[in-house]
Design a binder for this molecule. Sequence first.
Ligand code: DUC
Ligand code: ZN
Ligand code: ZN
Length: 469
Amino acid sequence: MRTIVVNGTVINAEGRVAADVVIEGERIVSVVPRSANAVVPGPDDTVIDATGCFVIPGGVDAHVHMQLDTGTTVSSDSFESGTIAAAHGGTTTIIDFAEQRLGGQVLTSFEQRFAEAESQCVIDWGLHQVLGGVDAQALIDTRSLVEREGVASIKLFMAYPGRLYSDDGQILRALQMCADTGMMAMVHAENGLAIDVLIEQAVAAGNTGPEFHSLTRPPELEAEAVHRAAVLARVAGNAPLYIVHLSSSHALREVVEARSRGTNIFAETCPQYLHLSLEEHLGQGWPNGAGFICSTPLRSRHDHHQADLWEGLRIDQLAVVSTDHCPFCLREQKLANGEAFNVVPNGIGGVEHRMDLVYQGVVAGHISEERWVEVCATAPARLFGLGAKGVLAQGFDADVVIYDPNATSVIGAATHHMNLDYSAYEGVSVQGGVRTVLSRGEVIVNNGTFLGRVGRGKYLRRDVSRHIR
Ligand code: DUC
Ligand code: ZN
Ligand code: ZN
C-alpha cells in the first residue's frame, strides 16, 4: 500500500516541478514529473490531492528548547506540546539540547535529556550537546558522543559569565576537538563580560525597562564575539562553526568577512529578528515588553538590520532560519521575579510559526520559494548530519508538507498550539498555510487537526556532516 501526493508543485532547494510524490512505508520511492508517465494509483493506495498547493520537505528546526530548566523556571512547552505545535506549523524535525552545566557530567546530561524527550516527541528529534564547563573530561566525553549516541554538534556560550560561559581558552580547546572530529560548534556569540558591565550600570542608574535588555546588549558586542569565534575557529584548524540566533547587520558583516577568508563558518537567524523590533515590541513597557525579551535581543527598526538579514538569507550569507523556541508564559514566568529587564527569563516561543513567518519573505519578494525550503529544511538537515531529511527525492524520509499559498490566517495565542499564554506575533496576518503534514509517511496533521501519537517521534542519530568542509 502506497500514499501518493498528486497534483501539487514539488519544491526542493534545487528547483520546482509539477510532480506526484509516491511514498511506501516511511520513505519516498519516487517523485514523478507529471510530464512523464502519470502515476496510476492502485485500489489500495491512499491518494492525497495537493491541487493548487506546494509540496515541500518537512521543516527542520535546528534550535529549540523544550522544557528547558533555567534553574529558576522551565520553558513552558514540553516535548509533547512543543512538537505538536511544531507539527501544526509544518516542522517535522527538531533538534534540542542536552545541557552540561559547570561541574556536571556530559554523559549524564545527555542521558537525562534523552529520557525526557523519548516518550513525548510526536516528530523526529535530535540533540546537540551544550558544554557549560569545558574541561578535559567534558571534551573526552563529548568526543565519544559522536559514535555512541549520534551527536554531531556542540554548543558553547560566549555570554552568561558564571553560568554557561566559556572563556577563549576553553572555546579554543573545544573548537580544536571540532576541527579534529568534524563536529559542528554552535556558538552563542555575545561578549558576556562587557554586557554584564552594561547591565550592572543600567540597573544602578534605575534603567530597568524592557528596552534596556536590548540597549545593554549592543550589536557591536555581538559582532565582536562573532569575529572572535571565527578567529578561534580558524586557529583551531578551521573548525566547523555555526553562529546561532544572529540578529544584527554588524554580526552579519563579520560572518561575511570571515567567509571571505575561508573560515568554515555558517549562521542562522530567527523569525523574531526578521519580524520584530526593539521599538515596536520590546519597547512596549511592562508587562507586554517582557514577552519580547530574548537573547540575542531584538534590534532597532531604524538600523536596517531586518533588510540586511533578509538579503543575507537571499544570497546565502545566512544558511538557516531556526526559531530558538524558548517560551515562557507572560505572567507566571516572564514577570515572576518582578519588573526589571535583568530578571526576566530570556526567550520567545515560535516553533509553530517559522515556516509561515519565513514564507512572508517569499510573499514580500525577499526570497524565492526554493530558498524558503532551503533555509527552513534542506540546509539545516545538511549542516547537522540528517542525511534522510530536508529533500523530497527517492530514498529520503517521507516528511512531506502540503502548503497552500492562498491560505490566510492571523497568528494569536487563542489559536496557537504552543503552551504559551501570549504570542510575540499576536495579530500578524499570514499569507500561506500548512494544510497537511506527513512524518515518515504518516499523516500527522490535516486541516488543523492533529492525528499523530505522542511518543511516535524517532530519535535521530546524526553523523558529522559531509557538507561543512
Ligand atoms: N540563547 C539561546 O540560544 N536560547 C535561549 C536563550 C539564549 O540566550
Ligand atoms: Zn543563545
Ligand atoms: Zn537557544
